[in-house]
Design a protein around this ligand. Structure first.
Ligand code: SF4
Length: 334
């Protein structure tokens, strides 16, 4: 067993200082990191507990532009049920509540949700020698193995894993911004640039720099509260990761779509915002034909593995259903 040192950070600057030590990792709710450590997938030498920092990291606050700032340490349950999140960003509440179990949501933090790692079974099982994400350069067992749950978009020959977060899919649709601070100061990262595609470095999940700490997620002013729906398709009714999920949000002018937001989960190494589908819908009446064309555009570049071709059809059907639900047309459009 490897020795691990533990310390509790009193404030952000203390956490950043501690993180300069090689082998350091921040720990919040620990709902993913502890599993990774128990399985020998992650081997930090020093854990920096950030859960007692408090202050703005632990609160939800309105922004001057009418948006909302959710601190990185706000628990998923608290974020989902916050009155302003429920009222102004129902898409985000739905996505939070679709994730994990009540017990896990009570522990997991918003920052930790952004950082959770893929659930690819070969990544978690160290008995498999091939996993480029766990052991760079070792190969990818999923390519020739069981890949029913893996990516259909944005994959690479080095990794076909998917990002497991529901919250991040809603954030992608809402154009959220992640605030981070590191040794050289504070910066903002648009959610679409926070998670990476695997390319030839699937071991790197995000664009965070060494030692950077997530402070908060900023949501733009709420323009989609009237027409939003998060649809998660999974093998069980609860406590299961998405085969495909869709975050759909609309601004409508009568029957015409003023602005559509469509993001997919369970299909790629990062939450997959489909601008192609949105462009088909924007400025046009929401008809069944337009919706089918949009759904088709979303998967135009999809590539299936041996076991997951069903996801290409499933993603299209899920988009159609989610957009219809967002528009308040549970029975579909003509
Ligand atoms: Fe590892 Fe990615 Fe291949 Fe899974 S898909 S075995 S995480 S390299």
């Amino acid at each position: 067993m490897d020795p691990i040192s533990y310390e509790r950070a009193a404030d952000v600057n203390g956490a950043l200082r501690s993180a300069q030590e090689p082998g350091s990792m921040y720990i919040g709710g620990g709902t993913n990191l502890l599993d990774l450590m128990k399985g020998g997938v992650s081997r930090p030498m020093r854990l920096i507990d950030i859960t007692r920092i408090g202050g703005s990291l632990d609160t939800v606050a309105t922004l001057p532009d009418g948006g909302l700032r959710i601190g990185a340490l706000v628990r998923n349950t608290d974020a989902a049920n916050h009155a302003l999140v429920r009222e102004r960003y129902p898409l985000l509440t739905q996505a939070f509540l679709a994730g994990a179990s009540p017990q896990l949501r009570n522990m997991a933090t918003v920052g930790g949700n952004l950082m959770q790692r893929t659930r690819c079974q070969y990544f978690y099982d160290t008995a498999f020698a091939q996993c480029n994400k766990r052991l760079p350069g070792s190969g990818c067992a999923a390519l020739e193995g069981l890949n029913r749950t893996h990516a259909i978009l944005g994959a690479s020959p080095q990794c076909i894993a998917v990002n497991p977060s529901d919250m991040s899919v809603a954030l992608a649709a809402l154009d959220a911004v992640v605030r981070v601070r590191g040794p050289s100061g504070e910066r903002t990262v648009p959610i679409g640039e926070f998670h990476r595609l695997p390319g030839d470095r699937p071991d790197i999940d995000t664009t965070l720099q060494m030692g950077e700490l997530i402070l908060a997620v900023d949501l733009p002013p709420p323009l989609f509260s009237d027409h939003a729906h998060y649809l998660k398709v999974r093998d069980r009714a609860s406590y299961a990761f998405a085969l495909v999920s869709v975050a759909a949000a609309l601004q409508m002018d009568g029957n015409t779509v003023k602005d559509a937001r469509i993001a997919l989960g369970g299909v790629a190494h990062k939450p997959w915002r489909s601008h192609a589908a949105e462009q088909v819908l924007n400025g046009h009446p929401l008809t069944a034909a337009n919706l089918r064309t949009a759904a088709s555009a979303a998967v135009a570049d999809a590539r299936a593995q041996r076991d997951n071709a069903f996801k290409i059809e499933l993603a299209q059907r899920a988009i159609v259903r989610a957009v219809n639900q967002a528009a308040g047309r549970a029975g579909g459009v003509a």
